[in-house]
Design a protein around this ligand. Structure first.
Ligand code: C2E
Ligand code: CA
Ligand code: CA
Length: 516
């Protein structure tokens, strides 16, 4: 088995592995994305819940201060103390309310008497002007509280109550903090300063940081933010669950795709093997499509188009089997066969004619293949006409090399045409450096003629370009009289297409001139 088929087999196997791997990798990536989304959503719900409680706490504190300041008289009067007790009873989030003077709680809802209680240093002043202390003890052994002071009145806030959202897994860390200072007010578990820094009023941000799904929410009304972070274990669990769901789908899809690739690959390998057999058992033949002079409507030549009829009678499109031939390195043998067929058909095709032009297609590989070029030059010995070698723009990768080969062919009496012109990177400067006789206007531009498509301008542009370079034009794929008269009126010399004749085998070639 030739090396080239092994290479194709290797490519097919690699493609199959890739086809299997891609959906699997995608399913894993999607499972991760899906899990992250869900855990972040849970963190967002916790952060929002804590924010709701914090908002209520702040509202209760504000209302307490406002009501006490509105009451005239001594701030520790009996009526004030009564109001303090009433507020205390009514406000679920407040531990106490009282009056502050010089940093000491002089009286409060907790009862009269006793020395004024020092509250300690102010931790921060909110942008709205309230002074906050975050570590205040009302008794030596008791818990610490947050104290908000404004207009001489203070609200003592529970630290744990706002954080009291249901999560008994121990995976949830939550905190409330002040915007924009970022100073933590209350906290349970570890939260990152980085996450807090992302907070903004009235906005929720979710992220995954060090494997922890985190949500940061900012209050619309107060300068309070909350952060909720779930331990990496929560994400791991969710990812495992998502994987169980999506990985089987990815595996199934991967297997199906790999099977498809193998099937197509086997078909291609089959084509490659078929091509070799076809070369041995002469399954190739040529069809000829007439090329006419647009002014006189005379058939002045033809294009040779390769055909493959398989033993079962099936015909395969040349662009399909030629692509495989190109892949497995069979192009030189195929072109050699085409040239043999041209020689064999030549006399019948040109009988009774002078100056018949037969166009032969060659591929990029042919131009680089010295033995093929040598065979092409030998076509000079054909009588009663000449050969046009059709190359596409894409086959001219190394322009200097191609120019040298094409010059050699021309010096042997062959002519050169650029096939499918306009579909590649054609430019004036590109053409100037190539020794060329004809441009073949690609069918796509001929199709657009007269239908008002933007590309119909391209046809005119190509015509102008050819004229500037003194090249002759052959329009391809002419199907309607309208296209033909457009081309004629633009002085395009030659055309081929179904309007004038489809490709036919030599036996059906109707343009023979009887020998005189
Ligand atoms: P190409 O060189 O552009 O050949 C013209 C293609 O357009 C041919 O298709 C022809 O049958 C088709 N055609 C001609 N007139 C019309 C028309 O009016 N309307 C429509 N719709 N189509 C039209 P085909 O024979 O299938 O060949 C396809 C391609 O295969 C060729 O395109 C050429 O690139 C390649 N090819 C064919 N024979 C050979 C060969 O011997 N050697 C090489 N290297 N390539 C070849
Ligand atoms: Ca062609
Ligand atoms: Ca063409």
């Amino acid at each position: 088995m030739p090396v080239t088929s092994n290479r194709l087999r290797l490519v097919v196997t690699a493609c199959a592995v890739l086809a299997a791997a891609v959906p699997v990798l995608l399913s894993l990536a999607y499972a991760r994305h899906d899990a992250r989304g869900r855990v972040q959503e849970r963190a967002r719900i916790y952060a929002a819940e804590v924010l709701h409680r914090s908002d209520s706490t702040a509202a209760q504190a504000q209302s307490a201060v406002d009501r006490l300041s509105a009451l005239p008289g001594d701030p520790c009067s009996a009526s004030h103390l009564a109001l303090m007790r009433e507020i205390d009873v009514d406000s679920s989030y407040l531990q106490a309310v009282g009056h502050v003077e010089g940093g000491r709680l002089t009286c409060s809802s907790l009862g009269e008497g006793g020395a004024p209680l020092p509250l300690g240093p102010v931790t921060l002043t909110s942008p709205a002007g309230a002074e906050l202390r975050t570590d205040v003890r009302l008794s030596q052994q008791g818990p610490t509280f947050v104290v908000v002071e404004e207009h001489g009145y203070a609200a003592v806030l529970h630290k744990q109550l706002p954080l009291d959202v249901a999560n008994d897994t121990g995976e949830l860390s939550i905190a409330t903090f002040s915007i924009p200072s970022g100073i933590v007010l209350t906290q349970r578990g570890e939260v990152s300063a980085d996450a807090i820094r992302r907070s903004a009023r009235g906005r929720v941000v979710t992220l995954v940081e060090d494997g922890r799904a985190t949500a940061v929410a900012g209050s619309k009304k107060w300068y309070i933010g909350t952060v909720a972070a779930l331990a990496p274990a929560a994400l791991h669990r969710e990812e495992a669950r998502s994987r169980r769901l999506f990985l089987p789908i990815g595996l199934l899809l991967g297997l199906a795709l790999a099977a498809l690739v193998l099937l197509l690959g086997r078909r291609r390998l089959g084509t490659a093997a078929g091509l070799r057999a076809a070369l041995r058992s002469h399954e190739f033949y040529l069809e000829y499509q007439p090329v006419v002079d647009l002014q006189t409507a005379d058939v002045i030549g033809a294009e040779a188009l390769l055909r493959w009829r398989r033993p079962d009678g099936q015909r395969m499109r040349p662009d399909v089997f030629l692509a495989v031939a190109e892949d497995v390195g069979l192009m030189p043998q195929i072109t050699r066969r085409v040239l043999e067929l041209v020689r064999a058909d030549w006399d019948r095709l040109t009988v009774g004619r002078q100056g018949f032009h037969l166009a032969v297609n060659v591929s990029a590989k042919d131009i680089d293949d010295a033995p093929t070029v040598e065979l092409l030059t030998r076509l000079r010995d054909l009588r009663n006409g000449s050969i046009i070698i059709e190359v596409t723009e894409s086959s001219v990768l190394d322009r200097q090399r191609a120019a040298a080969v094409l010059s050699r062919l021309r010096s042997c009496g062959l002519q050169v045409a650029i096939d499918d012109f306009g579909t590649g990177y054609s430019s004036l400067s590109y053409l100037q450096t190539l020794p060329v006789d004809y441009l073949k206007i690609d069918k796509s531009f001929v199709d657009s003629v007269g239908v008002g498509a933007a590309t119909s301008n391209v046809a005119v542009h190509i015509i102008d370009m050819a004229r500037a370079l003194d090249l002759r034009l052959i329009a391809e794929g002419v199907e309607t009289e309208e296209q033909a008269s457009f081309l004629r009126s633009h002085s395009v010399q030659y055309a081929q297409g179904w309007l004038f004749g489809r490709p036919v085998g030599l036996d059906s070639w109707p343009w023979n001139v009887a020998p005189s």
